[in-house]
Design a protein around this ligand. Structure first.
Ligand SMILES: [Zn+2]
Length: 345
């Protein structure tokens, strides 16, 4: 049974280690409290997905700058799936996804869910100032923030990272949704692993948050933040094969599918072709309680197309990511109240 390890300082030499090396020094998921000038901590989680190491590298970069001096603000750092990191994978076989088991999860009985519940309970006592969960994704995507509340403070936090913010309610059990109960919380997506600019950008964001004294009360100016809402999640049903290079499969996606990410895609936009008659993508509603936008994906004479004007995101050509998570999210633009807006402001 995995359990949470608690530290009140970083083991010497930990900052010299790469993500895959952490399991040689730490016994498992670890929460480290580091003191700072402002007592209410910035909560940061990294490596909830073991192969997404930009968060750890950004934390190393920032903490190395402060070695021997006080942080501007306390930081509570949760280092997540170090064993998956050692293996270079998102999640090890037999483990639950570390970003689907936070309070609110649909698998509260999972062993990992108890760890995340402990983390949230500890952080609740410490009254965090803000929460940041750092990830990578696998397709061609701009850097963007995700949030689970339409709240001015959350918008300010997201805007410190990017002009693009994605509002979502599904999937549940994610870190940012649990932490939103305690403080402004965002997930930041820093592009592909090893893309270079991701680490620098995430480090800059962490540094900005450590220096922030309070969140402004005023609303963001129009156009300062482009808000998108997930309306549907596209998955390939288990048992169906798929390809991205045109080779024989039940579903053959177009080769350049990830170039559609964050574009306003018109109805009729081609996603791929049906290889085996009757093969269909599964479409999961992104807004609980709201019926699925009918015909958001349609099949016409063997072509799989968007049925509506939507913004695809996190489209990936990585078969493992498609299997473990999804093909993509389909989004629409919204205003700061959550009302759909027709086109780019
Ligand atoms: Zn991730």
């Amino acid at each position: 049974m995995p359990r949470l390890h608690l530290l009140d300082s970083l083991p010497p030499d930990l900052l010299a280690m790469t993500a895959p090396e952490l399991a040689t020094r730490l016994p498992g998921p670890t929460l480290v409290h580091l003191p700072g000038r402002h007592a209410r901590p910035l909560f940061v989680s990294v490596l909830l997905h073991g192969n997404e190491d930009t968060g750890w590298d950004a934390v190393r970069e920032v903490l190395q700058r402060y070695q021997g001096r006080e942080l501007p603000r306390a930081m509570s750092l949760f280092i997540g799936n170090i064993h998956a990191a050692a293996a270079g994978v998102r999640t090890l076989p037999g483990q639950s996804d570390f970003n689907r088991v936070w309070p609110g999860t649909c698998v509260p009985e999972a062993a990992e869910a108890a760890i995340m519940a402990d983390v949230v309970a500890i952080m609740r006592e410490l009254q965090p100032f803000a929460s940041i969960d750092i990830h990578n994704n696998t397709g061609l995507n701009p850097h963007y923030a995700c949030l689970n509340r339409l709240d001015t403070r959350f918008f300010h936090l997201a805007r410190l990272f990017s002009r693009i913010a994605v509002y979502f309610s599904e999937p549940v059990g994610v870190q940012s949704m649990a932490m939103a109960e305690l403080c402004p919380a965002v997930t930041v997506e820093c592009g592909k692993v090893g893309s270079g600019s991701g680490v620098g950008h995430a480090a800059e964001f962490l540094e900005a948050c450590l220096h922030l004294d309070h969140f402004p009360e005023h609303a963001l100016a129009a156009g300062e933040l482009e808000l998108l809402q997930t309306v549907a999640i596209l998955k390939v049903p288990e048992g169906l094969s798929f390809s991205f290079d045109g080779s024989a499969a039940d579903i053959r996606f177009r080769t350049d599918i990830d170039t559609l990410n964050f574009t306003e895609a018109a109805p009729g936009t081609l996603l791929g072709r049906v290889g085996t008659p009757g093969s269909r993508l599964s479409v999961v509603p992104g807004v609980p309680g709201e019926s699925l936008p009918a015909d958001c994906v349609v099949v016409e004479s063997g072509s799989i197309r968007l049925g509506q004007r939507l913004v695809p995101a996190m489209l990936t050509r990585d078969p493992q990511a498609v299997r473990l998570d999804c093909l993509c999210y389909l989004m629409r633009r919204i205003d700061d109240q959550g009302n759909p807006v027709q086109s780019r402001p």
